[in-house]
Design a protein around this ligand. Structure first.
Ligand SMILES: [Zn+2]
Length: 232
């Protein structure tokens, strides 16, 4: 009997130890690639992508799933891109079947491609500025949302309505930036894991908000129509 209890005690101990090692391993894996340089990061994810076709990364290759999801937080449009993603799949590249590409699977069944390279290359230069510019005009988007009937202007759906820029946001931004020599490069964090302008850049931010207010044309689009629009 005592031997049995001793055995139980030891096996419990081993189990706890295994658990600690597992958690530790996961932590290492998750943070492993974050400090790599651009080329190393690209290789790291290229290897994961080239492991081949996979219908559900979440169930079949969960480590890769977590890595990719972490990486996608750096996508320039991660707010809309990553919203409602429940799984990832790997398919043959549509243009060249020798290569693979990764797809986002959303909770409403919509499948959308995403470039992992885009999440590695552009975080500093493009992502931060874009994120701060979007954050700055968020109150305008909210105001529009509050006073508009939320019906898709393309298909009349009332589900998953998003506020869309009729003239593309990118186009507005590049028009606005043309008039500036000193564009902010340093930002504070906003509450959505993105960026906001620093207090020192208040004047720049106000000018941008004013520019956006007078030039942006907004409309309601459902998620489906919005995605098909952006792919054109
Ligand atoms: Zn629609």
């Amino acid at each position: 009997m005592t031997l049995f209890f001793l055995f139980l005690k030891v096996s419990n101990y081993i189990r706890t130890l295994c658990h600690i090692i597992l958690v530790f391993n996961t932590l290492i894996m998750l943070s492993d690639w974050i400090n790599l340089n651009k080329t190393q990061k690209t290789n790291y994810f290229k290897i994961r992508l080239n492991k081949g076709l996979c219908k559900s990364l979440k169930t079949e290759r969960n480590e890769d799933f977590l890595d990719f999801m972490e990486l996608f937080k750096n996508h320039p449009d991660h707010d809309t891109k990553i919203q409602d993603v429940i799984d990832l799949s790997i398919i043959h590249n549509k243009r060249n079947s020798k290569y693979f590409e990764i797809n986002l699977i959303k909770s409403n069944g919509i499948v959308e491609d995403i470039s992992y390279r885009c999440c590695i290359n552009e975080r500093n230069a493009y992502y931060n500025l874009n994120s701060a510019l979007r954050y700055a005009i968020e109150p305008q988007i909210q105001e529009f949302r509050d006073k508009t009937r939320l019906i898709c202007s393309s298909c009349n759906s009332t589900e998953n309505i998003q506020i869309d820029h009729i003239i593309m946001f990118k186009t507005l931004v590049s028009e606005f930036l043309k008039t500036f020599k000193d564009i902010p490069t340093d930002f504070d964090d906003n509450e959505y894991n993105g960026c906001k302008f620093k207090k020192d850049d208040n004047e720049f931010e106000n000018k941008w908000c004013h520019f956006h207010k007078s030039n942006a044309q907004l409309q309601c689009l459902c998620l489906k129509c919005n995605l098909t629009k952006s792919k054109k």
